[in-house]
Design a protein around this ligand. Sequence first.
Ligand SMILES: [Zn+2]
Length: 416
Amino acid sequence: MPQRMIQINEDRLLSDLRDLAQIGATAEGGVHRPALTEADLAGREWFRQSIHQAGLALQEDGAGNISAVLPSVEPNAKTLLLGSHLDTVPNGGRFDGALGVLAALEVLRTLADSHRSLPCHLEAISFTDEEGNWIPLLGSSAISGNLNRESFTQPRGSKSELAVALARAGISVASCLTAQRNLDEFLAYLEVHIEQGTRLESSALDIGIVTSIVGIRSHWLEFVGEAAHAGTKAVAERKDAFWGAADFAIRARELVLAHFVPGVVNCGILELRPGAFNIVPARVRMSLEFRHGTKEQLAEMEKELLALAEQCAARFDLTLNRSPVATVAPAPMHSGVQATIAGAAEAMGLSHTRLMSFAGHDPQSFAHDIPTGMFFVPCRDGISHNPAEFTRDEDCIHAANVLLHSALLITEGALA
Ligand SMILES: [Zn+2]
């Protein structure tokens, strides 16, 4: 990196990562800090203390989101929001979420130390329950206004357990619904995260700039044939519902590989009826889920996959019933923020590429309303949501420095 460029304090960042990893530490070297558990509450308290020690302002909301704030000299200025999450999946790793929050905190400390006068407020936030121990993206969707009473009707666990867990953190369903903010107050939202895949590592690249957090669509497919004696019915005369489903699963793979890379498809549930050694399957219910980066690609994928399912059913003289299950819209990242991250990486002499995120993240709560960007740093062997999750010190340092310089470019008007 050019010597005169401002840089984060490497030792402070790395020591924070080590300290935080002690909270909820597991014997295998991972971290167990699911949202609103005692370990998560301890992690939150550690974050509050770190904010105090840094001399930054502490801000908390009704959804349990915790922020450090470095105010601008201009009280009516907009806020540049940086962040991620401190909660983990059960028996997770040390870097998923933690790196993004600690890099954001380190950016604020570095700028506070530099005594610059900032044209906008800077806020480093930890969002509640990104991982969905109760409700995925709870904290970020509360702020963006995507959370409502209905969001609380089917938490993982039960409603009464959720109420107890929220109360442990001093919040409630009602208070979560007060956390919505006026999104006009934000200049942009920016997050750094470990990749949780192998694309950066296998290409020996430093930074992966996310173009989009992929959308997801799912359907139930039901192939309907005719039950028959598995011995006496000639193979050529069977209407075996499983043949249609099996044919579809294999050809869906080929279709996606031929036309939709890097899109993905999955048939994860298969139920055969009546389900016996000696009866030809009459009905097969199969789940279909597919993901891609834009609405257009997702719609094209849906059209072709469903047409293929019809063809596979017809091939074996079956009928096909289908019903849509769920849809999550793709969250395209802001092109100006992407270019800003690329500029920051280049200024530091770091290599970069563009890629889609195939996992969900907090930026999708904001992408439709404010300029939003996200970038990845490598993680070893793509292992994540696992105690073996590992990102090298130098990549953690790159994460915070690129975040710092992206933030500076944005405060200096890169998006204007
Ligand atoms: Zn995460």
